[in-house]
Design a protein around this ligand. Structure first.
Ligand SMILES: [Zn+2]
Ligand SMILES: [Zn+2]
Length: 351
């Protein structure tokens, strides 16, 4: 517990943060360590003392300039697990000491036609953690309390971090794919997001077929209980009721559509996809095959996913990096050298 004096002491302190200086190839070390005032939570916000922050491919896109930073020296990181240490005016959802997760979706307007219709993932004026707002590559960050998540006790901080982006987006993709109960699901690409999604689908009784060029990923898929694992464009051994494309590779759209049974759906999970080659209507779309994209997520998706992940015993494997080695973690992600998900650990994390 803190008394008022100690809170003041924290407020006066500065903190370390790792920010995007000059975006460029990760080998140029675009992240730089900066000294910042510990941020003050505004009305409706809480301040979070960061424990760990997962490293997402979006952070790499930001550091390399593929995703344009909204301002100089923005702090990446949107898979944040930490502890509430100060409340802004009117904040009452959490108490100091509560463990929370801070995800990509940081704010929605609440008044546009999409927000009003419960489709806040399509909000016309959203803000995102670690892009519009400073994220979790830092000792502290502030978050609108309504956009933070309760982290189920089943997960250690490190295990929970990848759930907050990779997990939630994969979960929304799964729901968008309209997989029927006990249905046949194809997963194209098998990285962090797909291996979490596979565990949810398997726990719900699906037959899962994994299509990926990585032999190591195929072995992991079979260990997790997938029915089959084949090459990235191979036909699966049976027609699919639903499929999710995780690999950002547009040339996989035609074979994935061709693998669908009548009435099946292919959901594209990525924020980015290379060009899709021409489709043949008879082969790829007729017989009511559907093709859909997935854009961000709602808070409802996130809450539902975290509860299910705990109930089903979803496991994530992670590799810790001290926060000072954020450039190395991103370089390892770019070079496919991370075993499981990279997670940055705040050297001054709460005990
Ligand atoms: Zn992400
Ligand atoms: Zn809105």
């Amino acid at each position: 517990m803190m008394d008022g004096n100690e809170e003041e002491a924290v407020t006066d302190r500065t903190m370390q943060a790792w920010a995007v200086d000059v975006p460029g190839p990760i080998g140029t070390r675009p992240l730089t360590r900066v000294e910042r005032a510990v941020p003050e939570p505004g009305p409706g916000q809480v301040r979070v003392r960061v424990s760990v922050c997962g490293v997402c491919r979006t952070d790499l896109h930001l550091a390399e300039g593929d995703l344009t930073p909204t301002r100089h020296l923005v702090v990446p990181g949107h898979e944040v697990v930490g502890v509430v240490d100060r409340l802004g005016d009117g904040s009452a959802r959490f108490a100091p000491g509560d463990r929370v997760g801070v995800p990509w979706l940081a704010h929605t307007c609440g008044v546009c036609r999409y927000c009003v219709a419960g489709r806040e993932n399509l909000c016309l004026d959203p803000r995102f953690t670690g892009w519009d707002l400073d994220g979790g590559y830092a000792e502290y960050l502030v978050v609108d309390e309504a956009f933070a998540y309760v982290i189920p006790e089943a997960f250690a901080d490190e295990e929970a971090a990848p759930l907050l982006c990779a997990g939630i987006i994969g979960y929304r993709s799964l729901r968008r794919s309209n997989l029927p109960t006990g249905g046949r699901l194809g997963l194209y690409g098998f990285g962090g997001s797909a291996h979490i999604t596979a565990q949810i689908a398997l726990a719900e009784g699906a037959r899962v077929h994994v299509l990926t060029r990585s032999e190591e990923a195929r072995e992991l898929a079979l260990r997790l209980g997938a029915t089959s694992a084949g090459g990235e464009a191979d036909p699966p051994p049976e027609p699919l009721d639903a499929a999710i494309l995780f690999a950002p590779v547009g040339t996989l759209v035609p074979p994935a559509l061709a693998a669908l049974d009548r009435g099946g759906t292919l959901a594209i999970a990525g924020i980015h996809l290379t060009d899709v080659p021409p489709l043949n209507y008879q082969e790829h779309l007729f017989e009511e095959r559907s093709l859909c994209s997935v854009t961000a997520n709602t808070r409802h998706d996130g809450t539902e996913f975290l509860e299910l992940a705990a109930r089903y015993g979803v496991r994530t494997s992670t590799t810790p990096y001290p926060m000072d080695r954020a450039n190395e973690a991103l370089a390892d992600l770019a070079g496919d050298r991370v075993n499981g998900a990279a997670v940055l650990v705040n050297p001054t994390r709460p005990a």
